[in-house]
Design a binder for this molecule. Structure first.
Ligand SMILES: [Zn+2]
Length: 429
């Protein structure tokens, strides 16, 4: 492939993606605005009009802001690549660092500088989203001070964990020859497994407090559920999610015997014990139906394919020139290749993302069915409705937008599916 044809292909994909994203977002906003005046009939008895309208307004506010971030993101991508931004940055960093500190320092500095500039450019958007939109709808509980501390801790984690991993990958690319991508994949896979252990035990506690679940009645209920489902976990924890946001959640984290269940305090505040049990049963369903395992295998397979593709591209000068960068003559090109690849892949990947969303929605239905068999469909339905209302999620999304983006089926579809399931047969003990 010549560099010109790659440039044209990339530019066409970028423009097509932008048009599709803007089209989908405007569809969604129009659909939500059109249905703002009335609660859909299926929810008329359970959702007040004011809550429905608040959800519509929240969706519209996020949608308008999303148009801006989408357009800005595409412009930045174009600026970094075809307009020569990365080429300029590379020249400056290479000339300043490589002669004195060598190849590795130059490449680490290039990736760090790229990350720092990207982070600074994103900062105004993050500030606006947190302190204007989330604030306006009463979700934000972060202070500016906490926001800054979080940012600094995030940088620290990135530096302590990310830089050594990057150095290892760059070294592998340099040292292991044509099959470097296979070695790099191995290193990446080990790193991911390591993170699954380190995240719950070391990283997450840097940002939040985790306390053992102290509500004995709820604890007994949850433990009975886990026993019924044949699921062992190291502990049940409550996380102070309310420190940053009013949005509620529950999740599993960890690997093997280190698995733990984490409830946001905001979730426990809103749901009854029966509803918490049903939400947890849904999460257990993701394990029992092997969704988590399938996702991990899929992720590892995709990264292997991606690295093999990069292994092929990285040795071709047309790959660099086609994306707006002159390859280095007297320095390694590995960091450049990684950066270009990480920028280009999502542009093309966007067009297959509906497949991933569809698989995810299928899994959600299966986990709901599992929860209704192990806990209660009625409790899960009322929990979903409460979470929807609390998060101001719209009940009337655009169907095309849903097919493209939604990782979870819309509430109307989930509740209808739950209502159609046979109720759990409770055997008297
Ligand atoms: Zn789920």
């Amino acid at each position: 492939m010549s560099s010109l044809s790659l440039s044209l292909l990339f530019a066409a994909a970028l423009v097509l993606r932008l048009i599709t994203q803007l089209w989908l977002s405007t569809r969604q906003m129009r659909h939500v605005a059109q249905h703002r005046d009335a609660v859909p009939p299926a929810f008329a008895a359970t959702v007040p009009l004011a809550a429905h309208q608040r959800a519509a307004d929240y969706t519209l506010a996020k949608g308008r802001f999303g148009l801006l971030t989408t357009a800005f993101g595409s412009a930045m991508l174009l600026a970094w690549t075809l307009l020569g931004g990365l080429d300029v940055l590379n020249g400056v960093v290479r000339d300043a660092v490589q002669p004195r500190f060598g190849d590795m320092a130059y490449q680490l500095a290039l990736v760090s500088a790229f990350g720092a500039i990207g982070g600074l450019l994103d900062l105004p958007f993050e500030l606006y989203s947190t302190f204007r939109i989330e604030q306006q709808f009463g979700f934000n509980r972060t202070t500016l001070r906490l926001f800054i501390v979080d940012g600094l801790k995030g940088l620290l984690v990135a530096a302590v964990i990310g830089l050594p991993l990057l150095a290892l990958i760059l070294w592998i690319m340099q040292a292991t020859g044509a099959w470097w991508w296979l070695w790099a994949w191995g290193a990446w896979a080990v790193f991911n497994l390591l993170i699954m252990v380190l995240y719950p035990t070391v990283i997450a506690p840097m940002f939040n407090k985790f306390e053992p679940l102290s509500d004995d009645a709820l604890k007994a209920r949850v433990q009975a559920l886990m026993q019924r489902c044949g699921f062992a976990a190291k502990g049940l924890f409550v996380m102070d999610g309310s420190k940053r946001s009013a949005h509620g959640n529950a999740y599993f984290t960890g690997l093997g015997a280190a698995k733990r269940v984490v409830f946001f305090d905001t979730l426990l505040d809103k749901l009854s014990p029966g509803e918490v049990e049903a939400v947890l049963a849904h999460e257990l369903g993701h394990f029992k139906r092997r969704h988590v395992q399938k996702r991990i295998v899929l992720m590892f397979g995709m990264s292997l394919a991606g690295l093999a593709l990069l292994g092929w591209l990285a040795s071709r000068s047309a790959f660099y020139a086609g994306l707006g960068v002159a390859p280095n003559m007297a320095a390694p090109n590995h960091a450049l290749a990684l950066l270009l690849f990480l920028m280009a892949v999502p542009v093309f990947g966007f067009f297959v993302s509906p497949l991933a969303a569809q698989l995810s929605r299928k899994h959600e239905f299966e986990a709901d069915a599992y929860a209704s068999a192990q806990a209660s469909a009625a409790e899960l339905s009322s929990a979903l409705l409460k979470l929807h209302e609390d998060n101001a999620s719209t009940l009337t999304p655009d169907p095309v937008y849903v097919r493209f983006y939604y990782s979870h089926p819309p509430a109307s579809e989930r509740l209808a599916a739950l209502a159609a399931l046979p109720a759990r047969t409770v055997t008297a003990a």
